[in-house]
Design a protein around this ligand. Structure first.
Ligand SMILES: Nc1ncnc2c1ncn2[C@@H]1O[C@H](COP(=O)(O)OP(=O)(O)O)[C@@H](O)[C@H]1O
Ligand SMILES: [Mg+2]
Length: 390
């Protein structure tokens, strides 16, 4: 497999998006990339989702969300580093982003606040799968357009829906194009319910039916929502298309973070296929908590010889090194267990990379003894993400 060269990748990019399932190390890797890019002289923003408490504290993230905060240079100096660039961090609050969007597009404040308090809006904003994920991209795009950073690293939410934003432009279009808003609501809005009964018996009957099932309140909510936002739909939609354009562009790269076991790699395969299908620029895969192969010969002993090599090791440790047999046995057992994990990870990764043989840039990071919660830990991770050329 080609080695994933992150330093090279960061040089040419303005947006790095880390995706993958929950708990695999996405947030940690995103923060580590941010740290390294700042050391390399870039002005960086790490846009993060649900960081572990201690990491959030070390990055100086407030609980308020949606606000950029500089990571004080002192946090770097403590670990003997002086960044040539700078690192900002921000916790993403997608609900707030949705509201900001409404505030921007609504014709005035009253309409904006009507919309936000509207039950239908609240329902829609949570029911549209992927809308929150889309809004993460919307926020990313806003900041990208502002142009205040050389690089934005985005950490995505820990769900399978994280890539549902890809369908957002289509979903927005489908929603508003649907006949319900065309012939169903328009007459309702323009003529009012009573006149509808007179002028359009069919629509009137259907509406009454809908009302019976959903309640008049709901229809009122819908109509208010639609009138309030009618002119904004097109802007919203073309905006979504611009966002997708940037995400597909040369300045963006998607990194897939995964744990190295088979279960996590199975989920990573889902993300990988989706990235490819959507023609998004794929940078490579980072296999975290990887058990590197402990023997010089990477192919390792065939499983049927493992008993034999265990015995040989035991003999060597007791006879040649003079270790007491119980200690030697414990050592051999530990080693053998580790060897099992290493074989498992190697085979799982091999199976994964067979999806596109020879074409998936890959990097591995071992499991550390401790959680990673500060700049020091991130620097330790960076020894693997950015290995010195050998
Ligand atoms: N290579 C590693 N070794 C040890 N701990 C790790 C490693 N990678 C991540 N962690 C820890 O695992 C936990 C989950 O990582 P996190 O980055 O929050 O995952 P995700 O964002 O994918 O849900 C964190 O406490 C983090 O410090
Ligand atoms: Mg996370």
């Amino acid at each position: 497999m080609p080695r994933l060269d992150l330093e090279d990748l960061l040089q040419g990019r303005k947006i790095v998006i880390c995706c993958g399932s929950g708990g695999v190390g996405k947030t940690t890797v995103s923060a580590a990339l941010g740290v390294q890019a700042a050391l390399l002289g870039k002005k960086v923003l790490a846009l993060t989702v649900d960081p572990a408490r201690r990491l959030a504290d070390s990055l100086g993230l407030s609980e308020l969300g949606n606000r950029e905060a500089p990571v004080p240079a002192e946090r770097f100096l403590r670990h003997g580093k002086n960044p040539a660039g700078s690192l900002h961090a921000m916790m993403l609050d997608t609900k707030r982003t949705f509201d900001e969007l409404i505030e921007r597009y609504a014709p005035d404040e009253t309409v904006a606040s009507n919309i936000m308090q509207n039950q239908f809006y609240q329902h829609l904003s949570s029911a549209m799968t992927g809308s929150h994920e889309y809004l993460a991209m919307e926020k990313l795009y806003q900041i990208h357009l502002d142009g205040r950073y050389d690089l934005i690293v985005l950490d995505t939410p820990p769900t399978k829906h994280a890539l549902d934003f890809l369908e957002a432009p289509n979903r927005v279009r489908a929603f508003f194009d649907r006949s319900i808003s065309q012939w169903f609501l328009k007459p309702y809005l323009t003529m009012g319910r009573l006149s509808l009964n007179l002028f359009n018996r069919t629509a009137g009957t259907v509406l009454r039916l809908v009302e019976r099932f959903t309640g008049a309140e709901f229809l009122h909510d819908v109509s208010e929502f639609v009138t309030g936002l009618a002119d904004s739909f097109d802007i919203f939609r073309s905006r979504a298309e611009e966002v997708m354009h940037v995400l597909r562009g040369e300045e963006t790269t998607f990194l897939l973070v995964t744990a190295a076991d088979r279960g996590s790699l199975g989920e990573a395969a889902y993300f990988y296929d989706r990235i490819r299908k959507a023609s998004l620029p794929f940078g490579g895969i980072i296999a975290n908590r990887f058990h590197a192969f402990p023997l010089p010969d990477e192919s390792g002993p065939p499983p049927r010889d493992r008993d034999e090599s265990r015995e040989a090791m035991l003999a060597a440790l007791t006879r040649r090194r003079g270790l007491p047999p119980p200690v030697a046995r414990q050592l051999v057992e530990n080693f053998d267990r580790y060897l099992g994990l290493a074989l498992r990870d190697r085979d799982a990764l091999h199976a994964f990379t067979q999806r596109s043989p020879g074409r998936i840039p890959l990097l591995t990071v071992p499991a550390f003894d401790e959680d990673i919660f500060d700049i020091g830990g991130l620097l330790k991770m960076n020894e693997y993400l950015f290995p010195a050329p050998s």
